[in-house]
Design a protein around this ligand. Structure first.
Ligand code: XMP
Length: 478
């Protein structure tokens, strides 16, 4: 029987946790309500601080504690790639159709990957048109050309067809047939020297019979060196996290969606609903755990210790905390939510009891909020607003005249997932039945440059706070 109330031991655990954190337990607070007193520090310069590692679960070890919000106006393939290059995590929105989720996961899987185990191929008899369609779909610029037996014959890359106007031309007439291959077991160092010596960018690997097994790319090797903190799995591919909603009842269709995402190699799944302290969510967790016991389950959102306990007892590995603290949130207009810092601390105390972790989701406006969330017990923060204006978020930028500044600004839309705007778009795609009272809004955010710049600015602010506090890493902050 899963408890929906706390027992006296759990209540005491929470009180002790609050006492340890010097947080009041009889009044709920959010980030702006507290300030951090300085602590004695032996850190002579903030530049000494470079360790921001954190762990959500045994297979989710992040180099930085940032997760891009699973919102359509924040996280698409470019965002996931950008944030994971930095060592954070990107999670796809659950509201998009499963085919689109699969497409995004497949793009991410292939990005920056030094050794691609299922390289995209095309038969030599296909047309340029078919090759271009495939490359556009996966956002890549070259294909390995193979025969019927899957023996590699050549490479077709952009420079082979850039000036070709006849799209009916056969791939074999256009490809570069001067192919250098290597044995499947080759290491990265040797592969690098073959690529360098021959001034080539792709090295197809073959098994003993000469069949194509994988592909090493110069691009992938370069990115491996350039982004040493990147969040990769044992195959050197970016970690992929799938997502699913719960609906009124958890149906077989939900399972099919999850299976499709599992085929794209997801490590974890987000079970996403605005109110996760519910029977619908428990049904979903139990069903998914039973079918896919190895999948790490991130579940949210809740904002009470009772909600967190319910999810952990149901089988969640990581719980996402936050109801209404975000920049595009209006859930508080129906009276629901707990000020975020208190919610994080209470849920973190429960997580600690279960040996699990929480993600603080929403309301992060500056590096200080991140530091406070981590001190309150979160293992990572989820960020929407602060990432929405970066170049890598999905919306197209447009020009907006600011009366205050008397100037045109480049802006993007930041759309609350429960806003009218988002609901109308889902109704249009057949993913929502009727328009509900909005619990979110659409905001306009200035375009702020690359995600990498934003991350480095946030980390620098965290470094500053940590140097005041005398904490060299997130464990010490905790
Ligand atoms: P920030 O503050 O980073 O928060 O923009 C991102 C988080 O806000 C949540 N979210 C919503 N909450 N109505 C809500 O009450 C909405 O329409 C909405 N859209 C997003 C979500 O948890 C996200 O990660």
């Amino acid at each position: 029987m899963i408890g929906i109330n706390l027992n006296s031991e759990e209540r005491k655990l929470i009180l002790d946790f609050f006492a340890l954190k010097q947080l009041p337990h009889d009044v709920a607070l959010t980030f702006g309500d507290v300030a951090l007193p300085e602590g004695h520090s032996d850190i002579r310069s903030r530049s000494e601080i470079s360790d921001f590692r954190t762990q959500l679960s045994p297979n989710l070890k992040l180099s930085i504690p940032f997760i891009s919000a699973n919102m359509e106006s924040v996280t698409g393939p470019e965002m996931i790639i950008a944030v994971e290059r930095e060592g954070g995590l990107g999670i796809i929105p659950q509201s998009i159709p499963v085919e689109e989720k699969k497409r995004i996961l497949d793009v991410v899987k292939r990005a920056d990957c030094a050794r691609i185990n299922d390289p995209l191929t095309i038969n030599f008899g296909k047309t340029l048109r078919e090759a271009k369609n495939l490359m556009n779909r996966f956002k890549i610029y070259s294909l390995v050309v193979v025969d019927e037996k899957f023996m590699p014959l050549g490479i077709l890359s952009t420079r082979d067809w850039k000036y070709e106007t006849d799209e009916n031309k056969k791939v074999e007439e256009l490809m570069s047939a001067n192919l250098i291959k290597a044995n499947h077991d080759i290491g990265f160092e040797e592969a690098r020297s073959i690529l360098r010596k021959n001034k080539i960018e792709k090295l197809p690997l073959v098994d003993k019979t000469g069949k194509l097994t994988s592909l090493i790319t110069a691009h992938g090797l370069f990115y491996h060196m350039h982004y040493p903190r990147a969040l990769r799995d044992e195959n050197g591919q970016f970690i992929r996290v799938g997502s699913i909603g719960v609906g009124k009842t958890f149906k077989p269709e939900h399972m099919q969606d999850i299976e499709l995402q599992i085929n794209s190699g997801i490590t974890a799944l987000l079970i996403d609903t605005a109110r996760a302290f519910s029977e619908n969510t428990r049904d979903a967790i139990v069903a998914v755990k039973k079918a896919f016991p190895k999948l790490t389950l991130i579940v949210g959102n809740v904002s009470t210790p009772e909600g967190a306990k319910f999810l952990f007892e149901s089988g969640a590995d990581v719980v996402k905390v936050g109801q209404g603290p975000g920049e595009a949130c209006r859930t508080r207009e129906v009276g629901i939510g707990i000020p975020q810092l208190t919610a994080i601390a209470a849920c973190s105390a429960v997580a600690k009891k279960f040996g699990k972790t929480v993600i603080a989701d929403g309301g992060i406006k500056n590096p200080g909020d991140i530091v406070k969330a981590i001190i309150a017990g979160a293992s990572a923060v989820m960020i929407g607003y602060l990432f929405a204006g970066t170049e890598e978020s999905p919306p197209e930028p447009y020009s907006y005249y600011s009366e205050d500044l008397k100037a045109d600004l480049a802006v993007k839309d930041y759309i609350g997932s429960a806003s009218h705007h988002a609901q109308l778009s889902r109704i249009g795609k057949g993913n929502l039945d009727y328009l509900r009272r909005p619990e979110g809004v659409k905001r306009i955010v200035p375009v702020t440059g690359t995600l990498s710049r934003r991350v480095s600015d946030l980390l620098d602010g965290m470094r500053s706070a940590m140097s005041y506090l005398g904490a060299r890493n997130l464990k010490e902050l905790h």
